[in-house]
Design a protein around this ligand. Structure first.
Ligand code: AVJ
Ligand code: FE
Length: 439
């Protein structure tokens, strides 16, 4: 049963407020010069993200759902992500930081008025508040992008958050997922985006999957073993990229004497051994896996490990069940400015004992970016469809910088296999060996 409109309205308003508080914090943390600067050719100036958040909210909530007149039609083109590459946005006549703040506040005022008046049902765009949920997720996605821009920015720390609690891993390193069908994707989750739909049965042979993401300590062993100098571990494409870019370790790592250090939001610190490795590209993840005698999981293997309930055969919304994430389940929502050590979230594990699937680091999967059978673009082709079939690889589970409203066990992310400025890590999988047959 769908919730009463009044209840849903309250929930939507609270989520809109939470995403805006985060956008505000990320943009208030730096001065004007930093807001308009290009911190990396891979990223937009922060002030572009802010106004783009407002522009999308205006397009979908104010104009489409609300049927209202445009506030500033002349700026539409500036904030169309398809019209200007990230690296060219800095030279556009963008709204100034003050103008952008005023603009997003004006849009929000109108969007809240539209929320008051929408029946939150009827039209597909409004059914169960979909357009509002999509806009909440869009703002949170750009907040994570802005967080990645903060990580690329140089200078002293401006973001602060409590440390995750210490933990250690006590369970087995791998878990066996038995052969059989499971339901991938969803047709029931009201705010699931088009690429997560529809639900469909997928049959998989048995496989092993790591019970936790690969840690810095484990990854350092690959680095120290000369993994970056040995083409045996790399795909042809991966080796060409590694060589051209001179990759020797994850991004932001640097060796001083015998110790690997990293820079994290302006803090220099020794790389913590028990934390999931991050800022690795797909090629680095795949090379590590081959060195370890394993491989990356496919997207379907990742999702079965995350959702399949062996007791009922059903697929869950999250590894721990159907309830929304809390701070006991997963490291999400930028509550911490880093992944948590493995073992930190026993309550977030799947029934088979696979842990930290949600939050901490996005996990590279060995799958390209393709639609599910029966896919239908909704409400616009430029969210997912135009990217299908490119060189993209899928990432799953969200990172410490993903808001709980913007990830689920069905959520699908994608990026180029060479990208590593995102909060990306991985876990390994492997086939069941002849001597390991069970059942
Ligand atoms: C789903 C993270 C790949 O940031 O490129 C934001 C999300 N789409 N605005 C991206 C998105 C339009 C998208 N990813
Ligand atoms: Fe966007």
């Amino acid at each position: 049963m769908s919730p009463e409109p009044e209840q849903l309205r309250g929930r939507v308003a609270a989520l809109l407020e939470r995403s805006r508080a985060r956008s505000t914090a990320l943009t208030d943390a730096v001065d004007e010069g930093d807001l308009v600067a290009q911190h990396s050719p891979l990223m937009s100036p922060l002030v572009w993200d802010l106004a783009h958040i407002g522009s999308q909210e205006e397009l979908w909530l104010v104009r489409d759902v609300g049927g209202r007149a445009p506030l500033r039609p002349e700026i539409d083109g500036l904030y169309d992500a398809f019209r200007h590459s990230r690296s060219s946005r800095v030279s556009l006549p963008l709204l100034t930081p003050a103008e952008a703040r005023t603009y997003v506040a004006e849009v929000r005022d109108k969007a809240l008025d539209v929320l008051e008046r929408s029946p939150l049902r009827g039209r597909r765009l409004e059914e169960e508040g979909f357009a509002f949920g999509m806009i909440v997720q869009h703002e949170q996605q750009h907040d994570e992008t802005m967080l990645a821009t903060h990580q690329l920015r140089t200078g002293s720390p401006v973001l602060h958050a409590p440390e995750p609690s210490a933990a250690s891993w006590t369970g087995p390193r791998e878990v066996l997922v038995p052969a059989g069908e499971f339901v991938q994707g969803t047709s029931a989750e009201p705010w699931a985006l088009d690429n997560e739909r529809p639900a469909h049965a997928v049959a998989l042979p048995a496989y092993w999957i790591d019970a936790h993401p690969v840690t810095n300590g484990e990854y350092s062993a690959f680095v120290e073993d000369g993994g970056y100098r040995d083409p045996r571990w790399w795909s042809e494409e991966g080796w060409a990229h590694r060589t051209a870019e001179g990759l020797v370790a994850p991004q932001f790592w640097e060796k001083a004497g015998d110790v690997w250090w990293r820079r994290r939001f302006g803090v220099e610190e020794p790389v913590p051994a028990d934390e999931p490795v991050m800022h690795v590209c797909f090629h680095e993840a795949a090379a590590y896996a081959r060195w370890a005698g394993k491989r990356l999981p496919t997207e379907a293997e990742w999702e079965k490990a995350a959702r399949w309930d062996p007791g009922t055969g059903r697929s869950r919304r999250f590894p721990w069940g159907d309830s929304e994430p809390t701070e006991r389940h997963a490291n999400l929502g930028q509550r911490h400015l880093r992944p948590a050590p493995v073992g930190a979230y026993p309550e977030g594990a799947s029934p088979l004992g696979v842990a930290q699937l949600m939050g901490d680091v996005w996990e590279w999967c060995d799958s390209g970016w393709h639609p599910y059978p029966g896919f239908e673009a909704f409400p616009y082709k430029e969210y997912s469809e135009v990217f299908f079939g490119g060189d993209y690889k899928v990432l799953r589970g969200g990172s410490f910088g993903s808001d709980p409203s913007a990830v689920r066990a069905t959520f699908r992310n994608w990026d180029h296999p060479i990208r590593r400025q995102i909060f990306s890590g991985f876990r390994c999988a492997r086939d069941v060996g002849p001597g390991e047959a069970v059942g």
